[in-house]
Design a protein around this ligand. Structure first.
Ligand code: SF4
Length: 928
């Protein structure tokens, strides 16, 4: 290695010969090796980047702006790749500003390319100096990885090795997974006791969490005391103590429930699960837990963030991908991705690739599917037969969860776990559902059944493995369990029958055959009839969006195909069920001889098989129901999913009319205590308080329980009247995108940025973005957009939060995931009233839950949640603008008491915005 390193160039020499390039929204800036800065048009910047290697930041974003493919550029030196290599598992925003912040370097504080281009060299030098320093902390595997990446053509590779110098020899090998610690098993924890948490105890714990001298917050203390209802012993079977708590923004509900929850866990020796809907809140809870356990070691032992298996790196998949990527046949990009993943793997906190310490922007660099293939996203785990079992992140987190006091999870995981492990005594019995207003939607997804092409193909692959000659691991069921069953003829028989029956599921290439009317086998033929039925029944099949139609009066051909497929489903579900039962029997019969690892593997496989046989049986029932009177508990429909006009899936879909029914059966009833909380549980606060609450109870499943819930509501302490304005613009022509874009542009400029633009349709977001990005750039306001920028939504929100003048456009996910305290978010502009989408599923629920009143309730809740983003802490000020002249007055009760919504023309709205923020017009920003 030493000889090889001696041939690598001096980093300073390389940097001094590299021009730098920054691309803004309208133009670019280039710093030549002679130190001259020139402004370039986009076509000139594209030519420069194609002709010559440059120092850049965020190449995928640059190439998108310049309408280039990454492969068309000369080998660029991307600072983000260097950062991910030098400081693995450390956070940075994927911008020049973000890098400067992460490296504690000064930033020009404007997004003008001319200003920013001058600091790229400083950022690179800082990172390379890190590598050469004696204090460098992330040295595990650094040189071996750099060497492998350099051989594959990574431009930074030789420079990094040059910076490392002779120290590179001590850094260990490429196989990062070998350096990970092993987990250790312990005896299963005993069941928790049933000690109650008193109101006084909760108050004292809250006070100690807040610390001496903290400002008194009576509402928070009241919240904490009332929340103890969920931490009393249960008094009857299937009758949990359910508390419903609405707490306006700023009440401090997170610490409010952490106080009694942590007390209960410590007194009783059992876990409390804190479930959220968004990653933003999960992150916030994680931070708040530092008050409970200031010692990081104690915190790591007593709390855990628990996600689904598909979030964590699967070491076996990573090893296989690394072998292929560094074999020489793969391209440079593959090797660069793998190198950066290996660097992260050696230093990650918990192996979470989705929202943990993995750099989320790498997803847009290399494609989400390639990253997804490094996780156990298909449930193909080998458990104890895997060579990495004892170092596996997922196995580690599962064990940690059993011993933790507080488990931070998400609604989807809590629900799917409860459904798949019914009756398991290890399931959590004390739960807090924060963001409780999302329980209905989370249950809707968790308890639905989709007999679609993609689902069928996924099941076939899980059973039979990959059937095409492509690279990567995709071994079927037999390779995962056969070695445990070879002596058992009965089990082997069921396994063979299941694999044979799985041939009836959609095979490789099913989508192409479906769209060319050449289906193969009963499943694909059924999908073909669905497709034909949809096209025959919809009035307009053009357009980019998905299509759907009801299942009533199906054609005779479709019914015949459904009959044939139902028989095929029975032929598949029978051996799956039989095999699952046989595996469970083996656990009993061979209790004396099975080691714990094999027991765990048999148990996990039996559970996975049961889950899939249940799913196949449910499909069979859905098919049979096509010729029967439909069960009123369900809503069935046929759908064709399209993305940008391209067909991607088709199938028969079944959702519960009221998904809180299975939620109550599987999650609430077996629990002993549950707190469901949110800032927006109640739609309205009228004189009929009981009716207001009963609508909220319907949305979270409380109405299905035998014991009534304890309800309490606490208002926000914020002075909305003094600090907010609500404007409804009444002179824009509906459907006129030019007018809409002009309104967004002028309002954003009037607030001088810090604006969030929310849209009810992606097409409108795109159209407005195209029209406003230039003027905003000219005024020095960075503009980011979901569905346009190749950056994951959470990172976009982080970028928006970090720059006070930035603007962000987005749809539902942005509305739900934005938590931006302070002046980075001071204006929210909504394009239209967010009415529910008129789908067949919504039509059925509308009929069942109150007709137009149901529509109004859903819409008000969305408006109220969006408004709630505006003021996150005392001192925040902001304006909420709705650009929909047809906004009915009855919806305006969605907003909190205080500001009176005002209907005004656009010009007046702009004036009011300018006055509110005290901004004055300038040559760059004439609207100010
Ligand atoms: S035990 Fe399973 S998830 Fe873990 S590394 Fe092995 S195959 Fe992957």
């Amino acid at each position: 290695m030493t000889d090889a390193i001696a041939t690598f160039p001096d980093p300073e020499t390389v940097l001094s010969r590299l021009p730098a390039l920054v691309v803004g929204h309208r133009d670019a800036a280039r710093l030549s090796v002679d130190g001259e800065i020139t402004s370039l048009k986009f076509n000139e910047a594209a030519r420069a980047l194609t002709d010559e290697a440059h120092l850049v930041c965020n190449l995928p974003l640059i190439t998108r702006k310049l309408r280039l493919n990454v492969g068309q550029t000369a080998a660029s030196f991307d600072l983000l790749e260097l950062f991910a290599f030098v400081r693995p598992a450390r956070f940075t925003l994927p911008t020049i500003f973000g890098l400067a912040q992460s490296l504690s370097l000064a930033h020009p504080l404007t997004s003008d390319p001319i200003d920013e281009v001058a600091i790229l060299g400083t950022l690179a030098r800082c990172l390379l100096a890190d590598l050469s320093a004696d204090t460098y902390r992330w040295h595990k595997g650094v040189a071996a990885t750099a060497m492998a990446m350099a051989r594959a053509g990574w431009p930074w590779g030789p420079v990094v090795l040059g910076a490392l110098g002779p120290r590179a020899e001590r850094s260990g090998g490429l196989a990062a997974w070998q350096g990970l610690p092993e987990w250790e098993d312990g005896a299963p924890p005993p069941p928790p006791s049933d000690h109650s948490v008193s109101e006084n105890e909760a108050s004292q714990r809250l006070a100690s969490l807040l610390g001496d001298g903290s400002e008194a917050r009576p509402a928070q203390a009241q919240y904490s005391r009332s929340a103890t209802h969920a931490f009393h012993p249960r008094t009857a079977q299937n009758a949990p103590n359910l508390a419903l708590a609405e707490a306006g923004t700023g009440t401090g509900k997170t610490l409010g429930y952490i106080a009694p929850a942590s007390l209960w866990a410590q007194k009783n020796g059992g876990p409390v699960w804190l479930s959220t809907y968004t990653k933003a809140l999960q992150r916030q809870i994680d931070q708040e837990l530092a008050r409970l356990y200031p010692d990081p070691k104690e915190r790591a032992a007593k709390t855990v963030i628990r996600k689904g298996r598909e979030n964590y790196a699967c070491l076996l998949n990573v090893e296989e991908a690394a072998r292929i990527s560094f074999a020489g046949a793969a391209g440079t990009r593959d090797a660069v991705l793998m190198g950066l993943v290996l660097r992260w793997l050696s230093h990650t906190r918990d192996g979470d690739m989705v929202g943990g310490d993995f750099p989320s922007w790498l997803g847009s660099y290399f494609g989400r599917a390639r990253l997804g293939a490094l996780t156990d996203h298909r449930g193909e785990c080998l458990y104890s037969a895997c060579a990495h079992y004892r170092r596996c992140f997922i196995e580690r987190v599962v064990r940690k969860t059993r011993r933790a006091e507080l488990v931070v999870a998400n609604h989807a995981l809590v629900m799917t776990q409860a459904a798949s492990r019914k009756g398991d005594p290890d399931l959590p019995r004390r739960l807090v559902f924060d963001e409780g207003h999302h329980v209905f939607d989370a249950a809707d997804s968790a308890f639905s059944a989709h007999l679609s092409g993609a689902e069928g193909a996924e099941l076939r692959r899980w059973l039979r493995g990959r059937e095409t000659a492509t690279k990567g691991r995709a071994r079927g069921l037999s390779s995962r369990v056969e070695d445990l069953l070879t002596d058992d003829d009965v089990a082997m028989g069921h396994l063979r029958d299941a694999l044979e029956a799985a041939r009836l599921l959609p095979g490789p290439g099913w989508l192409g055959r479906l769209t060319t009317d050449s289906p193969r086998g009963p499943y694909e033929q059924f999908l073909g009839h669905i497709r034909a039925q949809i096209f025959s029944r919809v009035s307009d099949a053009r357009g980019p969006h998905g299509l759907e139609c009801g299942t009533e009066s199906p054609s005779p051909d479709l019914l015949k195909a459904a009959d044939i497929l139902a028989r095929a489903m029975t032929a598949l579900s029978q051996p799956l069920t039989a095999l699952a039962k046989r595996l469970i029997a083996l656990l009993d019969e061979e209790a004396d001889s099975l080691d714990s690892a094999s027991r765990g593997r048999l148990d996990a496989t039996a559970r996975a098989l049961s889950l899939r046989s249940d799913m196949v049986r449910a499909w069979g029932t859905m098919l049979a129901d096509l010729k029967r009177t439909p069960d009123p508990a369900f809503v069935d429909w046929f759908a064709l999913d399209r993305m940008d006009g391209r067909e991607v899936d088709a199938g028969l879909y079944r959702h519960w009319l009221d998904p809180t029914k299975p939620f109550a059966d599987t999650v609430l009833e077996p629990a002993h205590g549950v707190l469901v909380t949110s800032a927006t549980l109640l739609d309205q606060r009228t004189a009929m308080e009981d009716e207001d609450w009963s609508r909220a109870e319907t949305r979270v499943g409380a109405s299905h329980l035998v014991l009534p819930a304890k309800r309490f509501s606490l208002s926000s302490p914020f002075d909305y009247a003094a600090n907010t304005r609500i404007l409804v613009v009444n002179d824009l022509r509906k459907g006129d995108v030019t007018q809409l874009a002009a309104a967004y542009r002028a309002l954003f400029l009037a607030a001088n940025g810090g604006a969030l633009g929310l849209f009810t349709a992606i097409a409108r977001l795109r159209a407005v973005h195209g029209k406003i990005m230039g003027p905003l750039e000219q005024a020095g306001l960075p503009l980011y957009a979901q569905h346009i920028d190749p950056i994951e939504t959470g990172t976009l929100v982080d970028m928006f939060r970090a720059e006070e003048q930035a603007c962000l456009l987005g749809t539902d996910a942005v509305r739900d995931g934005v938590d931006v305290p302070g002046s980075s978010l001071r204006l929210i502009v909504f394009d239209r009233v967010p009415w529910p989408r008129p789908t067949l599923l919504h039509k059925a629920r509308r009929a069942a839950f109150g007709g137009a009143l149901y529509d109004d309730m859903l819409t008000r809740l969305k408006l109220s949640q969006a408004f709630g983003r505006l003021v996150r802490r005392a001192g925040d000020r902001g304006i909420f603008v709705l650009l929909d002249a047809q906004t009915p007055s009855r919806l305006l009760s969605a907003f909190p008491d205080g500001p009176t919504p005002e209907r005004v023309g656009l010009a007046k709205a702009i004036d009011m915005t300018r006055d509110f923020f005290n901004t004055a017009p300038s040559p760059e920003n004439p609207e100010r």
